[in-house]
Design a binder for this molecule. Structure first.
Ligand code: H2U
Ligand code: ZN
Length: 354
């Protein structure tokens, strides 16, 4: 079965065992004759320090608070948090008035993490030792927020680029931590738990073994991590970063693995930038075990990268029409996307052109 659906040329569906959803793949559509070549974008020049940036060291944010003169990473509570430690407005009594009108109060915290004091850098252009510092901050934050009694899940993520709605090019990510399991995490939680229960192994350990045997969807790997285009990818150049060892969260990584994570993130984001020779937009984030204090043997740490671009710096994929109303669909196969990413150089194009 697995072998049979390796390289179909006609329309087919692929199953995502983590979300239990399907994606429609139509490789034959890649030959559409009106899909012409598209121009590349002129390189964007940003200053090392921008006096108008609310994330640069020493500047004042929208809240009136001033950032310290930080020299490494910097974490602060989001001035416009979507979640608050004390929820207001929805009373307990309003919880389940009807089986059709259900609401729950939700407590939480939102934070912003500046990856670097340099306004002009991104993960792809930061030295790997500095990315390692970001990894350490993610770990600290996951542990600190996860230890709070009302925080049962900590979502670490980065929105990069205007196309993804990022408000500012200064390298930064966010953390939203809350009481209940968010929808995507809930689906993965159920799927991983059921798989462990039925198969007796970890879903992602088994998946990684298949992918490493097959090789066609692997983009790159190091001693402790693999970056691949998942078999069931929806976005054209979607990838997943998986730890080789079965660990449930970032806090479980040893020092070498933390270095390896920084290395894989650097090399993957360089490849992304090299693909269309631009600072590649994406949303990325980690999925890890809930912080509800319960054991989660089924959870396998991983990150998802969801980039919107399809053919150039300006041609993006839209999740509209059929995707919104029926199911996600793609033309480029996961194997073809992986091959393109795999063949790109490990050196950032800006460094090569210097
Ligand atoms: P993006 O990662 O999508 O760019 O969002 C940045 C966050 O920074 C956003 O959630 C917050 C916004 O609420 N923010 C502050 O906390 N203070 C500010 O002065 C501006 C933006
Ligand atoms: Zn800045």
């Amino acid at each position: 079965m697995y072998k049979e659906i390796q390289t179909p040329s006609g329309a087919h569906r692929r199953y995502n065992p983590l979300t239990r959803e399907w994606v429609l793949v139509s490789p034959h559509r890649m030959e559409r004759p009106w899909l012409g070549q598209v121009e590349t974008m002129p390189a964007e020049m940003r200053p090392r320090y921008d006096p108008d940036c609310y994330l640069c060291p020493g500047n004042v944010r929208a809240s009136g608070k001033r950032n310290p003169d930080y020299t490494g990473t910097f974490v602060f509570d989001n001035d416009f948090s979507a979640l608050l430690p004390r929820s207001a407005g929805v009373s307990e009594a309003a919880k389940a008035q009807s089986s059709l009108l259900i609401s729950h109060p939700e407590r939480g915290l939102c934070r912003v993490i500046c990856f670097s004091p340099r306004h002009d850098l991104t993960l792809a252009e930061m030295p790997v030792e500095h990315i390692r510092n970001v990894v350490d901050v993610w770990i600290e934050q996951y542990a600190e927020l996860g230890a709070l009694s009302f925080i049962n899940y900590v979502q670490i993520f980065e929105n990069k680029g205007e196309m993804m709605g990022a408000s500012n090019p200064h390298p930064h990510g966010q953390i939203w931590a809350n009481e209940s399991l968010p929808t995507e995490v809930f689906k993965e939680n159920m799927a991983q738990q059921d798989y462990l229960h039925e198969a007796g192994h970890c879903l992602l350990c088994d998946y990684l073994m298949l992918e490493r045997m097959e090789g066609t969807r692997i983009v790159l790997e190091n001693d402790h991590f693999v970056a691949l285009v998942p078999f069931w990818a929806i976005w054209p150049f979607e990838t997943m970063v998986l730890s080789k060892r079965h660990v449930p969260s970032l806090t479980h990584l040893n020092q070498d693995e933390r270095d390896s994570l920084a290395d894989v993130l650097k090399r993957l984001t360089i490849r992304y930038d090299n693909l269309f020779q631009i600072s590649f937009p994406y949303s990325m984030g980690f999925h890890q075990q809930p912080t509800d204090g319960l054991p989660h043997p089924a959870w396998h740490l991983h990150a998802h990268f969801y980039p919107p671009l399809l053919r150039s710096a300006t041609v993006r994929k839209f999740m509209v029409g059929y995707e919104m109303l029926a199911q996600p669909q793609r033309d480029l196969t996961a194997e073809a996307a992986a091959e393109r990413l795999r063949e790109l150089p490990d050196v950032h194009y800006k460094e090569r052109s210097q």
